[in-house]
Write a protein that binds this ligand. Structure first.
Ligand code: ZN
Length: 409
């Protein structure tokens, strides 16, 4: 059970300091404290030049995210990458900045740079070592073989339009590359905003958190400014075991968004106990991040609209957003890396499910990565009840066949 955050925090303790990090492997890090305490906010300091005739710098070229637009089956869209239906569609590389986010609840700090409950490696290292950022060998029953192993998002997007890519642009890729880990940021969570923390019953030294989503979003948008990211890059904010509270009573574990064309996402790394304690099926380690990366790829600017769908996953009523993770929240597959660690990755719906493409444009004619959706989305009737869709717990993303050499099909 979540408990309200104690109201003993003193905002004056946190005014704009640089503070050395604590914890394992953190000796070289520093965290920027973001002060967002209601009633005691510190106005941003502005440095102005007192000299005369400062050197003029040439204007910086405006950068923008690499996207392509098209219209399949009457459904227009904008996605990350290049158009795979143009001959020899190539490789798009998106520079990716990974930002560990520490949430400071009046001195109790929930950080992603220590091992999750029951794990031995820091959560942020799991993220970096996950097949979302590392190349992985995928189960050929799930994703088409690539010339080389590749990242989860790329494997998904290749599968998404495989009927086109296999014929027109077999070397098509959209990669999160290069990636780098930025210094952690600390967001102070003041009392009185509805935030909550709870002790982890399995790891009593750790806590779960819940923060109003709008509050967190204001903080990460401030952090974006300090990162000097450009719009051609993706910024990933990684929290740990933290729910985001919506004004309508809903709960998110992550989201993707853009601020003036700068795309970013927030995703919580989850320990396995969270799934049991909070009854959030499938919220395990990197499953939330996999959801957001898939949605960022296919709807980076949040503008893609499809014929109404609903009654699946997060979408209990009729909606029209092209959000490939939302209809299958709770359905996850595992990818076991060579060290034996299993990463959990959410099942994602293919574009053809939303656009009612029949046959599907996707790999093996599927409508979702693990095959849960056998056909296109049914017409949505307003007031549609949430339907429990089939979970496929035995499906996974790991390749179980030895890699065949010198074979094509
Ligand atoms: Zn979503």
């Amino acid at each position: 059970m979540l408990i309200p955050v104690a109201s003993s925090q003193r905002c004056s303790q946190h005014t704009g300091n640089w503070r050395a990090s604590v914890g394992l492997r953190l000796s070289q890090r520093a965290s920027v404290l973001i002060v967002l305490l209601s009633g005691c906010s510190i106005p941003p300091t502005t440095t102005t030049s007192s000299g005369t005739n400062p050197p003029q710098t040439p204007p910086t070229p405006v950068k923008s995210l690499a996207v392509w637009t098209n219209n399949f089956n009457g459904v227009p869209f904008t996605m990350v990458g290049t158009d795979p239906s143009s001959a020899n569609g190539g490789t798009t590389e998106i520079t990716t900045i990974i930002v560990p986010v520490r949430l400071n609840f009046g001195g109790i700090v929930i950080i992603p740079e220590e091992p999750a409950c029951g794990d031995t490696q820091p959560a942020i290292q799991r993220v970096i070592q996950s097949p979302i950022l590392q190349n992985a060998a995928w189960n050929p029953a799930v994703f088409p073989a690539a010339t080389t192993s590749t990242q989860f998002g790329d494997a998904f997007q290749r599968a998404n339009f495989w009927s086109i890519i296999s014929k027109t642009s077999p070397n098509y890729h959209v990669l999160l590359s290069p990636y780098s880990e930025a210094a952690a940021i600390t967001i102070n969570i003041p009392p009185g905003i509805g935030a909550q923390i709870a002790q982890n019953p399995l790891c009593p030294s750790e806590f779960y958190g819940a923060v109003p989503q709008q509050y967190l979003d204001t903080a990460v948008q401030q952090a974006l400014i300090g990162l000097h990211a450009t719009a051609d890059q993706l910024v990933m904010f990684i929290t740990y075991d933290t729910e985001l509270l919506l004004t309508d009573g809903g709960i998110w574990l992550g989201y993707h968004s853009n601020a003036g064309g700068q795309t970013y996402l927030v995703a919580s790394y989850m320990d396995g106990a969270f799934e049991q304690i909070f009854r959030t099926p499938g919220a395990i380690d990197t499953s939330v991040l996999s959801h957001e990366v898939g949605e960022w790829l296919d709807n980076p600017l949040g503008v893609n609209k499809v014929p109404a769908w609903g009654g699946y996953g997060l979408q209990t009523s009729c909606g029209s957003d092209l959000e490939v993770g939302d209809p299958l929240v709770g359905n996850v597959g595992a990818y076991t890396d060579p060290t034996g660690f299993s990463y959990h990755l959410q099942e994602l719906a293919y574009f053809s499910w939303f656009a009612r493409n029949s046959p599907s444009l996707a790999y093996q004619g599927r409508y979702s990565t693990l095959g849960t959706f056998p056909t296109v989305a049914p017409p949505c009737v307003n007031g549609a009840l949430k339907s429990d869709h089939l979970r496929l717990p035995q499906s996974n993303y790991t390749e179980w066949h030895p890699v065949r050499s010198a074979e094509t099909d």
